[in-house]
Design a binder for this molecule. Structure first.
Ligand code: PBG
Length: 336
């Protein structure tokens, strides 16, 4: 028998040695829980496309946040579902200071001063076309949209959002948001920019949750390919990220998550800014669907997915299953 001095299996031989040798681990403080909000009292509406996720009224969201914080989760990204009657072509109800998003941020940021609330900055919840910007003559127009987004970001930051997250992919929006925040004296507001956001088929369940599916109408694009990135492109993500940093972004977000690990890694090694990854609705729904059919174990597949995002270089990870993941991590069930 040949003598083998090189045996990588030595570092896998026991749970203790594996644990002390592990390169990447997910900590609950890195997890950000997206929450879908609706008007009402004590409202919890199940979302068909996202089993286990509910749309919540502000008071019901408080309960979930309490539970999440007891597991060490500190970040919450808020997405309001806006009533159809308030959706317009120009998404103007995004600028109402009594909007559901504003009221939620005001209430929740005061109730949970230890948490960080992340306000989405994009027009899709407010657009009758489901687009992230103003639609005119069959186009999603850039510069006027950017002006609205800058005003929206200030509104959200004034309401109490520690982080504003432009998720719209208009050109120049980070710079406009940063200048508007500075002008308003909001020097500490963090910009988490969706720097590399792809035109992905994995957003379907999210759009169902918000009722923001882009409409198929004459002359209006029914997809977001004129502003979200082509899934085939990675070099372009570097250019987008460089622009966002130059314009004043603090955190660069890559979205979706797992299919774009190369992009997470590239941005994390190219730039010094933290990179976040969004494990999106379609990724969550796939895990749930497979688990419901008994094909995979949900929690192991989930924690593996999140660990891989962190291993690739993500500092923060957005996931709809943040509470389950944190609870599982705390129970040390990962290595079972
Ligand atoms: C839109 C927005 C989307 C998501 C977050 N913000 C969908 C879209 O671009 O149509 C998707 C998140 C998910 O699928 O979990 N500004």
């Amino acid at each position: 028998m040949t003598e083998r001095s090189k045996r990588p299996r030595r570092l896998r031989a026991s749970r203790a040695i594996r644990a002390m040798s592990r390169e990447a681990r997910v900590h609950p403080a890195q997890l950000i829980l997206p929450l879908f909000l609706v008007e009402g009292d004590d409202a919890r509406e199940p979302i068909d496309a996202l089993p286990g996720v509910d749309r919540l009224s502000i008071d019901a969201a408080s309960g979930v946040i309490d539970r999440a914080m007891s597991h060490g989760i500190l970040g919450f990204a808020l997405f309001p579902r806006i009533d159809k009657s308030q959706k317009t072509v120009d998404g103007s109800s995004a600028l109402r200071d009594d909007s559901l998003a504003c009221r939620a941020i005001q209430t929740l940021s005061r109730r949970f001063p230890e948490a960080a609330f992340i306000a989405d900055v994009a027009l899709d919840p407010y657009s009758s076309f489901g687009h992230d910007g103003i639609v005119r003559d069959g186009r999603v127009i850039n510069d006027e949209t950017v002006d609205v987004l800058a005003a929206m970001a200030v509104l959200m930051a004034e309401a109490g959002a520690a982080i504003v997250a432009p998720s719209d992919m208009m050109d120049g929006r980070v710079g406009a948001v940063r200048s508007a925040l500075e002008r308003a004296g909001l020097h500490d507001t963090v910009i988490m920019s969706y720097a590399a956001k792809y035109a992905s088929a994995f957003y379907g369940p999210f759009r169902e949750a918000l009722g923001s599916m882009p409409v198929v109408a004459d002359g209006v694009p029914s997809n977001k390919r004129t502003y979200q990135m082509d899934p085939a492109n990675a070099d372009e993500a570097i250019r987008e990220a460089a622009l966002d940093l130059e314009e004043g972004a603090d955190i660069l977000l890559v979205k979706p998550g797992l299919p774009y690990l190369d992009v997470v890694r590239t941005l994390a090694t190219t730039f010094e800014a933290p990179v976040a990854a969004y494990h999106v609705s379609g990724e969550y729904a796939m895990l749930r669907a497979a688990a419901d059919r008994g094909l995979i174990d949900f929690r192991h597949a989930l924690v593996e997915s999140l660990t891989c995002l962190v291993r690739a270089g993500a500092r923060q990870v957005l996931t709809y299953a943040a509470i389950e993941a944190a609870a599982f991590l705390q129970s040390e069930g990962v290595d079972d």
